[in-house]
Design a binder for this molecule. Sequence first.
Ligand code: TMP
Ligand code: ASP
Length: 236
Amino acid sequence: MEKMEQLYEGKAKRVYATADAEKVIVSYKDDATALDGLKKGTIAGKGAINNRMSNYLMQILEKQGVKTHFVEELNDRETVVKKVSIVPLEVIIRNISAGSFAKRYGVEEGIVFDEPTVEFSYKNDDLHDPLINSYHAIALKLATKEEIEEIKAMAFKVNEVLKEYFINLGVKLVDFKLEFGRLSDKTLVLADEISPDTCRFWDAETNEKLDKDRFRRDMGGVEDAYKEMMHRVFGE
Ligand code: TMP
Ligand code: ASP
């Protein structure tokens, strides 16, 4: 399958049309942003790692009954996915306190929750992706009530599958962000990516951060963290 015209360029990926109106090709970049786009940089090798890891995890999820946009990996950085219209919500699941949760509620990072939590942000750059509740999302017609229920159920299922998968690799799945899309027949599928850009991964023994927080927080060792996650998942 060949790339045709570029449809979209985001912070970390480009999307191209293909000859098939129902499919697009995503191409992962090494570019990274954080702090609402204020911080910019590159993470060498990130595009290839995120592409391969996300595709692999989506295939695991498909086997467990979670519908995803994944179709076929073309090469290190490029993947054919089903064309979707993205639901403009970032769906965040948390198992352990960290990041904006710890900051908002004034608690330390590392508190293990009895139950996972879910929250939504409205994907809107002009508004800086504000936190939104499900009633407001429905009022703004970002998704229907039924879609919100299905999204929550899918997101918690993803959490159960991935938490178990990663703990077997010695990694705690602290929290992560998902995005969902609608196919042309309105079926909801998991879209975007699942990678060290969109998840917090802590080493199960040492709690060492193995994700994009090393970039967000200027901790150093960013490339090595991505490589370590690649190693845990693929053994290479
Ligand atoms: P947060 O603690 O900053 O709200 O982040 C929660 C999770 O969502 C964390 O795993 C990082 C991920 N995330 C993204 O993938 N994209 C974003 O723009 C933000 C803010 C967080
Ligand atoms: N990618 C987001 C941004 O550019 C934030 C993040 O992942 O921290 O603001």
